[in-house]
Ligand binder design. Sequence first.
Ligand SMILES: [Zn+2]
Length: 388
Amino acid sequence: MVVPMPDESQNAAPRAPGSVGVVRMFGVPVRFHFTFWLAVVWLIYMGASGSQSLAGTALYVTGLFLSVLLHEGGHALAARHYGIGTIEIVMLPLGGLARLARQPKPAEEFWVALSGPLVNAVLGAALLGGVYATGGSVALSHWQQAADANIVPRLAVANLTLALFNLIPAFPMDGGRVVRSLLAARRPVDVATRMTSRIGTAIAALMALYGLLSANFLLVFFAFFVYVGALQETMATSQQALMSGATVLEAMITDYRTLNHGDTLREAAALLLATSQQDFPVLSGEQVTGLLSRSALLAAMAEEGPDAFVAGAMERNFARVTPGMDLSEAAPVMAAAGNCALVFHEERLAGMLTAENLSEFLILRKIRAERAGPPASNQSNNGESQDG
Ligand SMILES: [Zn+2]
């Protein structure tokens, strides 16, 4: 699986919480979530019995997770080909995630998404070839009678299954991204995303129905996972589409209060209560020296009391954007820094960009677009219903 992060500043991107252990593959940090280790122990414990030794099971499970890791490596290498860095690869019990530094363009996404399953297809075919070349055979009964003797055939089938499973044409599977990139070749990305999400929702509904009828609750769970994936992807892309073409200047707050370098936390707290503002630029004369957030103010208040100065509590490395910046560029900068960025025009404070204000701006923009643009939205609706 591959997850593009909206955040382009790689250093600011938080690492996966709960991860234990780090290795590097192709220069990309690979982190293991602690539940991954639980799954490894559980799989080895459950698998070792009868004609399968503990060492044999460990070998099989290692081979399985190595296949998943190489799948993620495939995504990372394809992304690198397009100059997209991979922040990290996270290994989870249900598979891996390659977190990319930016969203690939549709033409890039096709290969970035396809390369993961392609790795498993090639691995599976190579293992299968090896089995047949050495006079062995592959049978589905191997799965019921796991033994040290059939580790390689089982790994071959597992890799082919991984390839097919990941190619299910629904988000968050790689197949969903492949379909979206193909659809996006001839229409806007948000329309392509909505169409793909509809395919995913339909697949999820069928899976859930079949799962319920056959009392296969793992399938129902998976259907839910696919359904949520469709929703998330649609929301992320429509946000992106709403932001494009708008500048920081249109969405920034221009009516706000500031603090002085020499103010105390008591004065800052009074302003926090009196206004609806949560973040306060701190000025020394005309110069902005820092940004005091609500959480920093409260923490400093608890630790140092109301007579401490705001200068000691404020953030000096606050996020900066410019009025002419595109919102789709500025929003990740703001999000990485917390929920507020200061807007500077020629080194002077011109406004503030906050998460709350941005979402208000986007809601208003959506309403305006819906009221003003019936021809455009009708057209895209027609296009979608024909294909979907
Ligand atoms: Zn993948």
